[in-house]
Design a protein around this ligand. Structure first.
Ligand SMILES: C[S@@+](CC[C@H](N)C(=O)[O-])C[C@H]1O[C@@H](n2cnc3c(N)ncnc32)[C@H](O)[C@@H]1O
Length: 276
């Protein structure tokens, strides 16, 4: 892949659970040398773009269960100019927003689908992509001063670092089939909820429950047996600490973007777990 992009690419999408605020902590713990990088819950891909900007990625495999998200990365890799042209058809305007939101992705080309997801992400309420049980994007129109719908330099920079990258929609567990000894995997799954009312685990129509968390732990352990180094983020909850007992667990504090309490300085603990 392109080792020296013309400019550093930043994440293209704002995504629930984005890791921007924890980047220095994460970057410091990534091994100096690894021959391929895997991100099976890629989301906004904050760590991937940061590592790519540092020239630390030789080969990469990015995947996620969310089809719209994968469309964005595939289209940027294969047809960035068509994505830019398709974004040119969109405007920050309420009626246009609801028309675009109602479009069926199946009826669009790949660059049009990618432009639709990017446009909705930049103009929707809170800037967070969320789907209902039927897999439809259902977030209302958001209030912004003058949102940048098409950041051409960044889209081209993202396209440059995505050249040669393996991008696919698939479940996280398949990483066991293709990760090789000497590779490095970063898992940023939907977090185990911090309270019974915190309903932030349903990122897609399939949801992500305790059984998925257990399967993820088994994959994490199996990778260690295979000689694949893996790092994983999750919430600081007893269930998570129990699952990963025996692995190296650290507590990190992230500044929170939303709902920050004035007195608590908006810091919330989470866990970073390594199998190496
Ligand atoms: C916490 S987000 C990732 C955040 C990302 N690292 C970032 O920096 O923005 C979790 C992701 O897991 C995906 N996901 C949910 N269930 C999955 C599964 N079974 N397999 C793979 N991905 C899944 C969601 O679509 C979502 O994008």
């Amino acid at each position: 892949m392109n080792q020296q992009p013309h400019s550093i690419a930043r994440p293209v999408l704002k995504w629930a659970g984005g890791k921007g605020r924890l980047l220095p902590e994460l970057l410091a713990r990534v091994p100096d040398e690894f021959n391929a990088y895997h991100e099976p819950f890629v989301g906004g891909g904050a760590l991937f773009f940061a590592l790519a900007g540092q020239g630390r990625i030789r080969r990469a495999y990015l995947s996620d269960a969310n089809a719209g998200l994968i469309d964005v990365y595939l289209a940027l890799r294969n047809a960035v100019e068509e994505v830019i042209a398709a974004l040119g058809q969109h405007a920050y305007e309420r009626e246009h927003y609801y028309r675009v939101r109602a479009l069926r992705p199946e009826a669009l080309t790949l660059p049009e689908r990618a432009a639709r997801v990017i446009y909705l992400n930049k103009t929707c309420y809170n800037g967070l992509y969320r789907e209902n049980r039927a897999g439809q994007f259902n977030v209302p129109f958001g209030r912004y001063k003058n949102p940048t719908i098409c950041d051409e330099p960044n889209l081209r920079a993202a396209s440059a670092v995505l050249q040669g990258v393996d991008i696919a929609r698939r479940r996280f567990s398949t990483v066991l089939d293709y990760a090789q000894p000497g590779n490095f995997v970063y898992f940023d799954p939907p977090y185990h909820p911090v309270s019974p009312t915190a309903n932030f685990t349903t990122y897609d129509r399939d949801g992500f429950g305790p059984d998925d968390q257990r399967q993820l732990r088994d994959v994490f352990a199996a990778l260690a047996d295979k000689g694949v180094r893996a790092m994983l983020s999750n919430s600081d909850m007893p269930f998570v600490r129990d699952l990963y007992a025996g692995f190296h667990i650290e507590q990190l504090y992230a500044a929170r973007a939303v709902n920050s309490k004035a007195n608590g300085r908006g810091k919330v603990a989470e866990l970073l777990i390594c199998n190496f």
